[in-house]
Design a binder for this molecule. Structure first.
Ligand code: PMP
Length: 397
């Protein structure tokens, strides 16, 4: 049977990561995957997470199956974290959350939910988008269309986005990244979010918000503002939440899918549909990460420690970005670096073509994606001048 299998496509980001693994040059720098690293180049377990793990291990709770929606306390805690403590009359009062296998699992379950409600529906994604958006949506049987994101100067193209999305109708869903857009680092301004919310309310399309980097852009509350604004303005909304980056729980696969509906009945049905989708894919999500997040969020001290660590991570990312732009300016490439400082979150787009990104890899052992994306959160502080020299070298031809 397997002899009949044609060569399948491989994941371009993991391909680059494997290529990096066999690169023996001492100066090699891996900026491909979105993983936070501290100033020494390590991806640490956050202190709040470590403490929560110790407490959980000491309490040694049973590993019996959880409910169909996973860890109920985790779902409640994430609902409140994302939408705020809105009370029963607010958005959180007409929402349900189902624990998922991280953000990717939430995207897939919500895509399944869309397909169940509106088979073959169209979902709009940004161009460029997170590499996995289209594959996940298409795997669930959905049609994908794109809307523009940036203008020629690399800024958010408000007019273009609104023009493209004017073609989205009542039966459509629009996938929006709530903050720290991957791969561009370019986010809408508050007035742009207002305009998007007004468009959704007027035309009736359903916002589908992907939240993977909240806390790593302008701060936790600020990064959640757009999601909360949309939730106030539209009757129905879908939210995929990842705890991979802001809790550093990458391999524990922790996240949740949130649905907001206009009636209690609709929300209940959507929750059951999400449970059913999970049941046929993997049955139930893993408990550990969800238990850790719950222990952190429910304890005042651990929550404060987590917030402080998250702020420190955000500060380091910001400092990396500013110092890369400053180094490039010093080397005579200030105009090219100007867009870098406006970007937010873990990623930056270098002002390089795919051929130049290849040269950056071949000549300087610096690995970013072919499209020019680098993980600005993945650089040891001492290596920024070396990155700037590589970029400047490539720009100089
Ligand atoms: N959405 C976006 C925009 C992402 O960048 C990522 C991870 N790179 C995810 C979702 C999914 O993350 P995970 O499944 O690891 O939580």
């Amino acid at each position: 049977m397997l002899e009949l299998l044609p060569p399948p496509p491989t994941d371009p980001l993991w391909d680059l990561t494997y290529e990096f693994g066999s690169d023996e040059r001492a100066e090699r720098l891996n900026l491909v995957l979105g993983v936070y690293r501290d100033h020494t180049g390590r991806t640490p377990v956050m202190a709040a997470v470590r403490e929560a793990e110790i407490r959980l291990a000491e309490r040694s709770e049973s590993k019996e199956y959880r409910g169909l929606s996973g860890n109920a306390a985790f779902n409640r805690a994430l609902l409140t974290l994302v939408l705020g403590d809105t009370g029963p009359q607010g958005p959180a009062g007409r929402a349900a959350a189902v624990q998922t296998v991280a953000g990717s699992g939430a995207l897939r379950l919500l895509a399944d939910l869309i397909c169940r409600t509106r088979p073959g529906a169209t979902v709009w994604i940004s161009d460029p988008a997170y590499v996995n958006h289209r594959p996940i949506l298409e795997a669930a049987g959905l049609e994908v269309r794109t809307y523009g994101w940036r203008d020629a100067e690399g800024r958010f193209d408000a007019a273009g986005v609104l023009r493209d999305l004017a073609a989205a109708g009542r039966d459509d869903v629009v996938l929006l990244q709530g903050c720290c857009h991957n791969p561009t680092g370019v986010d809408p301004e508050p007035e742009d979010w207002e305009a998007l919310a007004a468009l959704a309310a007027r035309d009736g399309w359903v916002p589908f918000v992907d939240l993977a980097y909240h806390g790593l852009g302008d701060g936790l509350e600020a990064d959640l503002r757009a999601t909360r604004l949309l939730a106030e303005r539209v009757p129905e909304m879908l939210i995929a939440v990842s705890c991979s980056k802001n809790f550093g729980l990458y391999s524990d696969r922790t996240g949740c899918a949130i649905v907001l509906g206009a009636s209690e009945r609709a929300v209940r049905h959507a929750e059951t549909a999400l449970q059913n989708a999970a049941r046929t894919l993997y049955s139930m999500p893993p408990e550990h990460g969800a238990a850790v997040v719950t222990a952190v969020l429910e304890d005042e001290g651990l929550r404060a420690l987590w917030r402080a660590e998250l702020d420190a991570m955000r500060g380091r990312i910001e400092a990396n970005r500013t110092s890369l732009a400053a180094e490039l300016a010093e080397l005579g490439w200030g105009a090219q670096a100007a867009s870098l400082v406006r970007q937010r979150g873990m990623f930056s787009m270098l002002p390089l073509t795919p051929e130049e990104m290849l040269r950056l890899r071949r000549q300087y052992a610096i690995y970013g994606t072919t499209a020019g994306r680098i993980n600005i959160a993945g650089i040891e502080s001492g290596r920024i001048p070396c990155l700037a020299r590589g970029v400047a070298g490539v720009l100089a031809g």
